[in-house]
Design a protein around this ligand. Structure first.
Ligand SMILES: C[S@@+](CC[C@H](N)C(=O)[O-])C[C@H]1O[C@@H](n2cnc3c(N)ncnc32)[C@H](O)[C@@H]1O
Length: 201
């Protein structure tokens, strides 16, 4: 079942106020790191890749499970190259990309699934490449207005999404998912409702 079928057409418009600054920040970081190839894992509508493409990046690819989200990748001025695939078991050779991005995909998954997506990402990024992960900051790191807004969005996204989002909060978000001792963190930013981390492989 395509969980995003109902939202795919309005996803980018609805979330623009929350996500625009994150897309810009991600593009800025990529401009500093200068990867020659980037894969967006769980790319959704391909919006982050479109920002990167409009800033001159080439060799951009995305992978996602949702056909309705993937259909959106072809719309607008900067269509991007994305394909259907499961991020927990990607049909991609080891060490294929200079950089991987995972944005807002981990909070809505069971912890083991989220960690498997990260493991797969680290497999397909080459040594000395980068993994950029951006996702919600846990409740204890945001003010009550931000917390209310994010909880409202996740409730609308559906029962399962909200269930796993609450679990994500219980284990303190990205810090609970991505133990510092296993990944070499290069940068960390708090971006209002979100946290962004860059890891070096
Ligand atoms: C909240 S959306 C985020 C999309 C995009 N990364 C963004 O920043 O807007 C989560 C995306 O993860 C995708 N997804 C969830 N599980 C996946 C999996 N196992 N493999 C590939 N994509 C998956 C969903 O289809 C959806 O497009």
């Amino acid at each position: 079942m395509d969980e995003y079928r109902k939202f795919a057409g309005v996803y980018d418009i609805l979330l623009y106020p929350f996500l625009h600054s994150v897309r810009v920040k991600t593009t800025h970081i990529a401009s500093q790191l200068q990867p020659k190839s980037i894969i967006d894992i769980c790319c959704g509508t391909g919006k982050q890749l479109k920002y990167l493409k409009s800033h001159g990046f080439e060799n951009l690819e995305g992978i996602d499970l949702s056909v309705s989200m993937l259909n959106q990748t072809q719309k607008g001025e900067n269509p991007v190259n994305c394909r259907e695939g499961d991020a927990t078991a990607m049909d991609i050779p080891d060490n294929s990309y200079d950089m991987g991005i995972i944005s807002y995909a981990l909070h809505e998954k069971p912890k083991e699934t989220a960690q498997q997506i990260v493991r797969e990402a680290t497999r397909i990024i080459r040594p000395s490449g980068y993994l950029l992960v951006v996702d919600y900051a846990p409740d204890n790191a945001v003010n009550s207005l931000a917390k209310g807004m994010v909880h409202a969005v996740e409730r609308i996204a559906g029962k399962d999404h909200y269930h796993y989002f609450k679990k994500y909060n219980q284990y303190k978000g990205m810090d609970g998912l991505l133990p510092a001792e296993k990944l070499d963190q290069l940068h960390g930013f708090n971006l209002g409702t979100s946290q962004l981390r860059v890891y070096k492989m």
